[in-house]
Design a protein around this ligand. Structure first.
Ligand code: SF4
Length: 726
């Protein structure tokens, strides 16, 4: 059996082998006897395909992006529909009212052809992953059935010729010429509306749960919808209609993963047990590609996920994306954590509102260390917390006392606060003073944000409030030994200092070598040992490399100073090393995220490969100052040929202003506006990767490559190399 390179050491089958079998068949059928054309009308001759992904990193980590030769059929089969149905039935079983149609008859609506299938029921005992059918996208007359199907599968595959992506704009068949136009970029995926999505969750898994994280499954769903509009089905002579489908063999959906235990425990409870007035979940648009649910995960789903969780082989069952939740409320938590600890020694990293953390639960979690928490404390004022978070009094008591319990058991934790007007700065000051005594390893102050759809848009001027929060945060850093990070950190770094790329120290983790060496908030690191890094990311890279006693050159209040960092000092609680979950704090030095020198190389390389004289670099209003400084300093040779295009969060609306939450539609809108303003069209569009997951999907499940298909200009994703993600 063919092996993926990344799997060759462990001899695993190729990732998504069954789906590749399906796609190979469908492309073989759809491309047989047709001619593809690009937007100029020139014939395309793809020889291979690949599953779409974000970039080469995600391709190798998640088993995507492998180039697979296309096997072309010599002759158009007589029964195209039947052949494609067979390929679909290899992976799925249709359902009517959740009853699986293991066997049934089918016939074309015009009666021209038909057939039957008969499958053996699955006896594995695995949880049944079943999904509804999405609304039919278009009526598929039999003569354009394969064109419609091709449009669907092109949402998940790129066609390749000579290892380059080719974008077909039209297909010529015996029946005529059919455009393969990209669905309007601002239009979310036609999988379902949010309300249908929530209803579907009661009986089946919503398609929104996988449209970002396993977009192969919505392809199968859309194929079933297409067939349902074209065929008539019957079982034992009675008409029946597929309403959904189930995955035929769970094992087909064991995919490459990071092997982190969160791949199991994040599927625990799917609810939060409070209702904060500022919670962004209430403002999620209906078309967001994240499932909303009302209940906990089913026991058999959890068991099945445990069964297929193989951290040593870096494999797990495909993941599903649900709204963030308070999974610590799940009563199975201690048992699940114990089971997981037997399979992996990697840290458990939990974000919680704190109220499930009774002394007993903390004690049980202490037995499965390493564990790390971020606790959304928000305030230490009990009545205020109850009012703003709509929390029952006994739960508030637990939430506020859990920090002492975590401290007592030496479980490291960070504290999260939201600087909404509900929590006045005087209250936040008291909260920071109180929690600092318990040695959290950081305190996160979130600037209040809300989307257009939030039920109670907050009545404040964002810049005035955010600015006052930054000034207050800076003053608080002088009063505590705990690093206080303002989120989004780009706001502070880009609008409150002259050099947005400087290695400014936010703070040091208590108990770390950096805390001992005397670094203070506001210090700017300009030298690490004999290295003279010039940007924040270079300083972070240098700090990750050094060992032993190292001289740090810093600037403090206009003075140059030298400090000695002893990287071999024994770490003390709460410092446990350079990684806190996905965060990197080398030797306990906390700085803001930054663009890396790898990004500079990537930008120059892309421009040179394409030979572009005019490139557009998409950024956000928050990152614009850093992006400008970075290009001028690190990509100076190309700076004159780069325009900055500022994307706005039109999809989410409200006061959101970060690139990570921009959709493909938002980026497209910004490009159109820039084109109208300048009257020019670029030769290359550069887009930061940060808003796209490993599958290259945005918040609504749209792949970034659709920009290139719509603009017919090379679009390149900038590396996913930001070193800090606070
Ligand atoms: S604790 Fe978090 S998830 Fe729960 S309601 Fe509050 S903000 Fe939302």
């Amino acid at each position: 059996m063919a092996l993926l390179k990344t799997d060759s050491q462990v001899g695993l089958p190729r990732a998504r082998e069954a789906f590749h079998r399906y796609i190979g068949s469908i492309l073989g059928l759809a491309l047989c006897g047709v001619t593809l054309q690009d937007h100029r009308g020139e014939a395309l001759h793809p020889t291979a395909y690949r599953l779409r992904c974000r970039d080469s990193h995600s391709a190798s980590d998640y088993g995507l992006g492998e180039s697979v030769p296309l096997s072309r059929l010599q002759q158009v089969p007589e029964d195209l529909v039947g052949e494609s149905l067979t390929a679909l039935l290899d992976l799925t079983i249709p359902e009517n009212a959740k009853v699986p149609l293991f066997s049934a008859d089918w016939v074309m609506a015009d009666g021209s052809t038909g057939g039957t299938w008969d499958h053996t029921p699955d006896l594995s005992g695995d949880f049944t992953f079943s999904y509804p059918l999405p609304p039919a996208e278009e009526q598929a007359g039999s003569h354009i059935y394969l064109v419609s199907l091709l449009k669907i599968v092109l949402d998940e595959v790129d066609l390749l010729a000579n290892d380059e992506v080719v974008n077909p704009a039209a297909v010529m068949t015996e029946s005529g010429f059919f455009p393969l136009t990209v669905r309007p970029l601002a239009q979310p995926h036609p999988l379902a509306e949010r309300t249908e999505n929530a209803k579907a969750a009661i009986r089946r898994q919503p398609l929104f749960s996988v449209s970002q994280t396993e977009p192969t499954i919505p392809i199968l769903a859309r194929h079933w919808s297409l067939l349902a509009s074209l065929l008539r089905f019957s079982k034992k002579g009675e008409d029946t209609e597929p309403e959904g489908f189930r995955l035929r063999r769970t094992a087909d959906w064991v995919v490459p993963s990071h092997g982190h235990p969160s791949e199991v425990y994040e599927h625990l409870a799917r609810v939060c047990n409070v209702a904060c007035s500022f919670c962004y979940l209430f403002g999620n648009p209906d078309t967001l590609a994240i499932a909303r649910a009302k209940k906990s995960i089913a026991r058999d789903e959890l068991d099945t996920r445990m069964t297929y969780y193989r951290p040593q082989e870096r494999r797990a069952l495909f993941s599903a994306q649900w709204e963030l939740n308070e999974f610590l409320v799940d009563p199975r938590l201690p048992e699940v954590m114990r089971d997981l600890r037997e399979t992996t020694d990697r840290p458990f990293f939990f974000t919680t509102n704190g109220n499930p953390l009774t002394p007993r639960i903390v004690e049980q979690l202490a037995e499965v260390k390493p564990v790390h928490f971020v606790v959304s404390t928000n305030t230490v004022d009990e009545p205020l917390r109850q009012e703003v978070m709509k929390e029952r009094p006994n739960r508030t008591w637990t939430a506020l006392h859990c920090l002492q319990e975590l401290r007592r058991h030496e479980i490291p934790f960070g504290v999260s606060l939201v600087a909404t007007p509900d929590f006045p700065l005087a209250d936040l000051t008291r909260t920071i003073e109180t929690v600092s005594e318990l040695d959290p390893n950081f305190i996160r102050v979130n600037e209040p944000g809300f989307t257009r759809d939030h039920p109670s848009p907050m009545d404040f001027d964002t810049d005035v409030l955010w600015g006052s929060v930054i000034e207050w945060t800076q003053s608080m850093r002088e009063k505590t030994h705990v690093p206080i990070i303002a989120i989004p950190s780009a706001y502070e770094e880009n609008f409150f200092y002259d050099d947005p790329l400087a290695a400014r120290v936010i703070g040091t983790i208590p108990g770390s070598p950096a805390a001992v060496c005397g670094l203070r908030p506001g210090d700017v690191v300009v030298g690490v040992g004999y290295l003279r890094p010039s940007t924040r990311s270079e300083v972070v890279s240098a700090l990750m490399l050094v060992k032993g006693k190292v001289k740090l050159r810093i600037r403090r209040a206009g003075q140059s100073l030298e400090l000695t960092l002893d990287t071999e000092l024994m770490p003390k609680y709460p410092y446990t090393g350079p990684y806190i979950g996905k965060y990197i704090v080398p030797h306990g030095v906390v700085t803001a995220p930054s663009i890396s020198s790898g990004d500079a190389r990537g930008i120059a390389q892309q421009i040179e490969e394409v030979g572009a004289r005019h490139s557009w670099l998409v950024t956000s209003s928050l990152m614009l100052p850093a992006a400008r400084a970075f290009i001028e300093r690190s990509v100076a040779e190309h700076a004159d040929g780069i325009d900055f295009v500022v994307a706005t969060n039109d999809y989410l609306g409200g006061n959101i202003r970060v690139m990570d939450m921009c959709t493909v539609g938002d980026i497209h809108g910004a490009l159109v506006r820039h084109q109208e303003k300048t009257g020019r069209t670029p030769e290359l569009i550069l887009v930061p990767a940060t808003g796209f997951n490993a599958h290259g999907r945005d918040l609504v499940g749209r792949h970034w490559g659709d920009l290139e298909r719509a603009w017919n200009i090379p679009v390149r994703l900038l590396g996913h190399t930001t070193q800090f993600v606070f």
